[in-house]
Design a binder for this molecule. Structure first.
Ligand code: ZN
Length: 126
């Protein structure tokens, strides 16, 4: 993918809402930044996640990373497709749509085998 195409992909940056430790009051520091592409219902998104940590070694929570709260709204761990696609597939399959019809309704065209996996995941979540 060329740089021009990459920069045209909608970009979402997720960071925790808090910037200080609620226990000791010290400032939180960026532990790591992860960026990945997520296939949503109508478009591909570039999602960057900022994970924070506590630099104070005396804090009882210093080993606990602070992750953004709304992460599951965009994607689930190890999933290529976004949460909106999972729920769209589940909703349509429960209405007796065929996988081929669901695929035609989505702008991102997942493989039919991926749709059955997404529906299985939807059943686990519901
Ligand atoms: Zn602390």
């Amino acid at each position: 993918m060329c740089l021009k195409t990459y920069l045209q992909i909608p970009h979402v940056v997720l960071a925790p809402a808090i910037s200080t430790c609620p226990l000791c009051g010290n400032r939180l520091h960026v532990r790591k930044t992860m960026s990945r592409g997520v296939r949503g219902k109508s478009a591909v998104l570039r999602v960057t996640v900022k994970e924070l940590h506590r630099a104070n070694p005396d804090c009882k929570l210093c080993h606990v990373p602070v992750k953004p709260e709304g992460l599951a709204f965009f994607y689930l761990p190890r999933m290529v497709y976004g949460t909106d696609v999972v729920f769209f597939v589940g909703e349509k399959k429960l209405k007796d749509w065929l996988y081929r019809q669901i695929r035609e309704a989505l702008d991102v065209k997942p493989a039919l085998s991926s749709l059955s996996r997404l529906f299985h995941l939807f059943e686990q979540l519901a």
